[in-house]
Design a protein around this ligand. Structure first.
Ligand SMILES: Cc1cc2nc3c(=O)[nH]c(=O)nc-3n(C[C@H](O)[C@H](O)[C@H](O)COP(=O)(O)OP(=O)(O)OC[C@H]3O[C@@H](n4cnc5c(N)ncnc54)[C@H](O)[C@@H]3O)c2cc1C
Ligand code: SF4
Length: 333
């Protein structure tokens, strides 16, 4: 493994000042923050990530879950995935988030993994993780062997001719449906990024995955006040029952009054190059009677733009069934 300097800052300002010296905050960064290390150290062992300096942010005061004045929730960047999933307020008001997290990885990994790290976890595309292969995301301009190669688990929405890698996070799918905001401290101030604007589509720059710049430290995520009476569900379909990434998943937050859907938030996982909020499905649901015909129309709308590759056409039908089943289930619970 590449040698590196390990730094344990105790205040955000000094951590940000060091990170700001990096030439990029994207692939190839020479300074990296470390939360749980379950993505970063993994990729450093594979030589996919080769930072010269690693800043362990676990001593920074970013590990609290607190109510916000407007009735929402503020979640610190180093809050462990397990702690978030089991927090009473999350289980009561943001159930879809708890379910999504508990559907991911293993108990041991969730105990280590942080909220900030989960937002920035990298694709599981096998070519990205193998430095013997070319990959536009790892080495811009080198090519994308996945398009003609092994692409069964890769994306069908938001792809480009340069990259079809799936965003693998479960937590992020729920956060997209909950309309979270990501808060970043930057060398001079701070900024709040709506969840849907945080991850980038691959386009012709798949090595750029988020809007983060050198020195940008995610400090916390906020959730808006809970929607009173909303029904929530995360459904994940995968090759085996645990310890496996999604082939297709759906996060649903639905409000139903007198049999009619008055508010719908829908996001899909396992199928998009970023956590995939579906305004098309939301439009197809809103104002309609909560029945099978409506659910099927929403699923058709959500997958209308899908572009499958040689091995992953099955994901279109799988994602439609995932969404319809999630909607059916959430309505009767
Ligand atoms: C075997 C295995 C199975 C898994 N299965 C699943 C699964 O089914 N579903 C799922 O969703 N996930 C799964 N994961 C991924 C897991 O959820 C992530 O590895 C984890 O969430 C990353 O969090 P971390 O704190 O360990 O990140 P780290 O490895 O510490 O960091 C990841 C990235 O985020 C950056 N970073 C971290 N914190 C900050 C911050 N505050 N500000 C700016 N940058 C920051 C780091 O520099 C790094 O680039 C799996 C992982 C493994 C190893
Ligand atoms: S899909 Fe993306 S990550 Fe995978 S090989 Fe192609 S460019 Fe690399």
């Amino acid at each position: 493994m590449h040698t590196f300097e390990f730094i344990r800052p105790t205040d955000p300002g000094s951590a940000i000042a060091v990170a700001a010296q990096s030439k990029t905050a994207q692939q190839g960064a020479d300074v990296r923050f470390m939360g749980g290390g379950t993505t970063l150290i993994d990729l450093m062992k594979l030589n996919v990530e080769t930072p010269d300096r690693v800043l362990d942010i676990n001593r920074l005061p970013l590990d609290k879950i607190e109510a916000t004045p407007d009735g929402g929730l503020k979640i610190g960047a180093t809050v462990r995935n397990s702690d978030l999933a089991h927090h009473p307020k999350v289980q009561k008001d943001y159930l879809v988030l708890s379910q999504a997290i508990l559907n991911g990885a293993s108990a041991q990994i969730r105990n280590m993994a942080t909220v900030g790290g989960n937002l920035l976890q990298r694709t599981r595309c096998v070519y990205f993780r193998d430095t013997a292969m070319s990959c536009n995301k790892r080495e811009p301009g080198s090519g994308c062997p996945a398009i003609t190669g092994h692409n069964r688990t890769l994306a069908i929405l938001g792809t480009s001719e340069h990259c079809i890698a799936t965003n693998p996070s479960d937590m992020c799918v729920a956060m997209a449906a909950l309309e979270a905001t990501i808060h970043v401290q930057i060398p001079k101030g701070s900024r709040a990024i709506p969840f849907g604007d945080f991850h980038l589509l691959p386009g012709n720059t798949p090595h750029r995955e988020t809007v983060l710049e050198p020195g940008d430290l995610i400090t916390h995520v906020t959730l808006p006040p809970p929607i009173v009476g909303s029904k929530q569900l995360y459904l994940k379909l995968r090759d085996r029952a645990s310890y496996e990434f999604a082939l297709a998943s759906a996060a649903i937050v639905l409000t139903i009054t007198d049999g009619k859907i008055t508010r719908a938030r829908v996001a899909l996982g396992g199928v998009g190059t970023k956590p995939w909020r579906s305004p098309e499905a939301e439009r197809a649901l809103t104002g309609q009677t909560a029945n099978e015909a409506t659910f099927h129309q929403a699923a058709e709308a959500a997958l209308r733009g899908a572009e499958p590759q040689s091995e992953n056409r099955f994901k279109i039908e799988l994602a439609k069934r995932c969404l319809t089943h999630a909607l059916r289930t959430v309505v009767i619970t």
